[in-house]
Design a protein around this ligand. Structure first.
Ligand code: C5P
Length: 227
């Protein structure tokens, strides 16, 4: 069986990572969550107080980019790779609403995108990879054999995300989560560098009214047809 590259892009909280993980497992592929990388850089910026759109904050962060070391380390107990920022496991911390509030602004910075896209391209050199994000099918792997673009209504997405955050014990309201999802989509789709958009050759996949099992079966079917 030949190895291919699978790019999964789409709006926030469309369940991209859940499907991508399942797919990678079924095919014996590597899974890479690029959102975790943007989140880790954001956490670094928050800790250094380089948050905000002032150019001084952006310049300070860009200067420190070479000092930001990111790596994924596989955790056998949970069955997926966790994000490490300068050798510290930040998997939990990068998933908070606080980081979600700042990440899209950090992801507009050209130098940040350049650094992360270079890393992502290297990870996919051997193919046999499922990568999810916002610009995977358009910028990171424009030659990917299978590209999916996930969508769902903002309410459905916010409901899923709200449940996840409550389960983790975060103190948030549904309105806060909905607002964050809508704001991130807006910034992600309107930014200057590699905005979120449907690649010409991507399959648009609306999962508003679809359970996980049905989604997985359909998407695995698409992959099997290409492989
Ligand atoms: O995928 P996730 O929702 O965790 O991503 C967090 C944020 O990181 C997105 O809202 C987007 O601003 C940014 N991102 C990006 N490009 C990617 C992946 C994520 O700009 N490839």
């Amino acid at each position: 069986m030949r190895k291919i590259t699978i790019a999964i892009d789409g709006y926030s909280s469309t369940g991209k990572s859940t499907i991508a993980k399942q797919l990678a497992k079924a095919l014996g592929y590597i899974y890479v969550d690029t959102g975790a990388m943007y989140r880790a850089v954001t956490l670094f910026a928050m800790r250094s107080e380089f948050i905000g759109t002032e150019s001084s904050n952006i310049e300070a962060l860009v200067k420190l980019l070479p000092k930001i070391n990111l790596k994924f380390v596989y955790n056998e107990t949970v069955g997926f790779a966790e994000m490490y920022l300068n050798n510290e496991n930040v998997e939990k911390e990068i998933r908070t609403l606080e980081v979600s509030r700042n990440v899209s602004q950090i992801a507009t910075i050209e130098e940040v995108r350049y650094k992360l896209v270079e890393m992502q391209k290297k990870m996919g050199q051997e193919k046999g990879i499922v990568m999810d994000g916002r610009d995977i099918g358009t910028v990171v792997f424009p030659e990917a054999e299978l590209k999916l673009f996930m969508t769902a209504s903002a309410e459905k997405r916010a409901t899923r995300r709200y449940k996840e955050l409550l389960d983790k014990g975060d103190d948030v309201t549904f309105e806060e989560v909905l607002k964050n999802v809508e704001q991130r989509d807006y910034i992600d789709s309107h930014r200057e560098f590699s905005p979120l958009k449907l690649a010409d050759d991507a399959i648009e996949f609306d999962n508003s009214d679809m359970g996980l099992e049905e989604q997985f079966e359909r998407i695995l079917g698409y992959a099997q047809r290409v492989i």
